[in-house]
Design a protein around this ligand. Structure first.
Ligand SMILES: Nc1nc2c(ncn2[C@@H]2O[C@H](COP(=O)(O)OP(=O)(O)OP(=O)(O)O)[C@@H](O)[C@H]2O)c(=O)[nH]1
Ligand SMILES: [Mg+2]
Length: 326
């Protein structure tokens, strides 16, 4: 009989300690990788690609069941459109990590920003603060088409953390899904019965290939991921200036005002002379009106006036521009 790890959904095996799902003893319920993440904060990289995960989305789309698309407010990626392209209806948008945004924000504006015909409704939550979970459950019950409701999204969006909060709030179950700041923590489907009429199913996140998280060290990852509400930082730029974020990316910008929405643990430095950035690839943007330059995984920079901005990032990172989000 196939037995799955209760933490990550991998199929348990006792043959190869370098492969996912390894346990020395098949009587155990938690794989070694999950055990190490939970107890030692140690992480074993998972060699999965979206080729492994797209079939799961297709399988879910072939059912008529409600899908919760969990989106990290700090990482609204163009990749989400690809996920949505598999679903024509029955998607409840759940924007999470609300606790990281400034408290006074007008939430409806952010919800309105996300538009797709597949959405039956939208909600903003925070798993860390247990914010709006009763409303989330109410909406799930309103839109569910069967007992099964699937949780999908990009990796690191906060899917499993949200499900853990549902378990805590609404069940007596003594189980927990493994979560971590690293991509691809969940690798298989995990079914959680909330009550007799609802089974929530966690799924592996789709990889965001252009994300900073894929190219930085675990130490930098810790620094990049905000732990509490972000305080936006404004800079007035007079003449041509060179701004660096913690040696992982830089900008050239002229006569403008910019606001950084990134973790406050990151160091922003301002220079009046160009520094060597040959280790990076440049991206040139013509800002029109108030727009954001998005640094996936890191946050974004709101540029207040039209003008040229050149961004230097590692070659794997997919920087892009969008109309102002906040
Ligand atoms: N501040 C904040 N952080 C959160 C919240 N929800 C999740 N996180 C953090 O986001 C990171 C990823 O969380 P997971 O729940 O493992 O994400 P996932 O979507 O299940 O990721 P995969 O399993 O890799 O697809 C962890 O570091 C969580 O602590 C939230 O509401 N607020
Ligand atoms: Mg997960």
């Amino acid at each position: 009989m196939i037995k799955k790890c209760i933490g990550c959904g991998s199929i348990l095996q006792n043959q190869d300690s370098n492969q996912i799902g390894y346990v020395s003893d098949l009587e155990k319920d938690l794989c070694e990788r999950c055990f190490k993440i939970r107890h030692y904060n140690q992480y074993q990289t998972v060699e999965k690609t979206n080729q492994d995960y797209i079939p799961i989305l297709k399988q879910i789309a072939s059912t008529n069941d409600l899908v919760l698309l969990v989106v990290d407010l700090w990482n609204i990626s163009p990749k989400l459109n690809e996920i949505l392209s598999y679903f024509h209806d029955h998607v409840l948008l759940v924007m999470t990590k609300r606790d990281l945004l400034p408290k006074g924000l007008y939430e409806q504006r952010l919800l309105d920003y996300m538009n797709d015909d597949s959405f039956v409704d939208k909600i903003m939550i925070s798993s860390q603060k247990n914010y709006q979970f009763d409303l989330l459950l109410e909406k799930i019950r309103q839109y569910q088409t069967s007992q099964h409701v699937y949780i999908v999204g990009l990796t690191n969006a906060g899917k499993s953390t949200m499900l853990n909060q549902m378990i805590k709030n609404y069940t007596n179950l003594n189980t927990m899904i493994t979560t971590s700041m690293q991509p691809s923590t969940t690798v298989g489907m995990i079914e959680i019965p909330i009550d007799e009429s609802l089974i929530l199913i966690d799924t592996p996140g789709i990889l965001d290939e252009g994300n900073f998280l894929n190219v930085v060290s675990p130490k930098m990852m810790k620094k990049m991921i905000p732990k509490k509400e972000i305080k936006p930082i404004s800079y007035q730029i007079k003449g041509t200036q060179y701004l660096w974020i913690d040696q992982i990316c830089s900008f050239i910008i002229k006569d403008n005002d910019v606001i950084f929405y990134i973790a406050n643990t990151l160091k922003i430095e301002r220079f009046y002379k160009e520094k060597d950035h040959t280790q990076f690839v440049s991206h040139h943007f013509m800002v029109e009106g108030v727009q954001d330059i998005v640094l996936p995984g890191l946050g974004f920079i709101k540029v207040m006036r039209p003008g040229d901005v050149t961004v230097f990032v590692p070659k794997e990172v997919n920087v892009f521009i969008r109309d102002s989000f906040i």
